[in-house]
Design a binder for this molecule. Structure first.
Ligand code: BTN
Length: 270
């Protein structure tokens, strides 16, 4: 898809020639194990500098809960941003929700799709997973700003046959959903701008605003869901969406409210 602004070639040239882009020092790789792993390794020497790691492919792209993020070359966006949010570590889980909303807003603006969000970090298009966020931090050090790595994976021009058969019906790409090819440079620009905007809102104490927009895009709101607790118990209930601290609230059949801190939720079989 063409855009009126900077296109892929210009964006890629700016990133690779100058080594700087939109206030970030850029590490551009043809292939890397994981952009998040590289970004975490770069944090120590970064000395507070914002860093962006972008790769054309990943050999060990990582998702939450030890999952793999399939990263075929030249088709998707695989990037990790190292930022230093002025937030208390207790608020760091909110960054994943802010990043998910940022990704949605960017795609609505330049992708002409209407993505939905699945708590805490999945972006769905047409009901299938099209993008994901993996937020990781460096160890806490008293007095030093904690670096936060926001890893974003987005299936852009990925053909359906690039996904293994067992993922058929579960994952998708913008190309597959719309039949159109997208300019990854325009998407990258929009995503970074959008993320910066949402992080600024978060730092200003505006999580309620982020939450309001997140909930409007919540794919599972008021749906019957199930999840497995840390003790291996399967709980079913109605998803009420994330609460004011970003944790998911689920109401079970007895009316008890459960707070889901981690783990994965699925739509319950009806
Ligand atoms: C998930 O679905 O659980 C999150 C997926 C996040 C994938 C991105 S791709 C760029 C960055 N590098 C990684 O290894 N993971 C994230």
């Amino acid at each position: 898809m063409q855009s009126g602004g900077q296109g892929q070639e210009e964006v890629w040239r700016e990133m690779t020639c100058s080594g700087n882009f939109a206030g970030y020092r850029v590490h551009y790789e043809q292939s890397v194990d994981s952009t998040n792993t590289l970004a975490l390794a770069l944090c120590d020497a970064a000395a507070g500098q914002k860093i962006m790691v972008v790769a054309e492919s990943q050999t060990q792209g990582r998702g939450r809960l030890g999952r793999i993020w399939l990263s075929p070359p030249g088709t998707g966006l695989y990037l990790s941003l190292v930022v230093y949010p002025k937030l208390s570590p207790a608020d760091f889980p909110k960054i994943t929700l802010a990043a998910g909303l940022a990704l949605c807003l960017a795609l609505e603006q330049v992708g002409q799709v209407t993505p939905r969000l699945k708590w805490p970090n999945d972006l769905l298009v047409g009901g299938r997973k099209c993008g994901g966020i993996l937020t990781e931090t460096t160890p806490f050090r008293p007095g030093a700003a904690t670096a936060v790595v926001v890893g974003i994976g987005l299936n852009v021009n990925t053909p359906a046959q690039a996904f293994p058969p067992e993922l058929a019906g579960k994952v998708t790409s913008l190309l597959h959903e719309t039949g159109r090819r997208y300019d990854r440079g325009a998407l990258l620009l929009a995503i970074i701008g959008s993320l910066e905007g949402q992080l600024a809102i978060l730092e200003e104490g505006g999580f309620a605003k982020i939450l309001g927009q997140w909930r409007e895009r919540d794919a599972y709101r008021d749906q019957a869901v199930s999840w497995v607790t840390e003790r291996g118990q399967v709980v079913r209930g109605i998803s009420l969406g994330p609460d004011a601290s970003g944790m998911l609230q689920v109401r079970d059949g007895q009316g008890n409210i459960h707070t889901v801190i981690s783990g994965d939720i699925s739509l319950a079989a009806s």
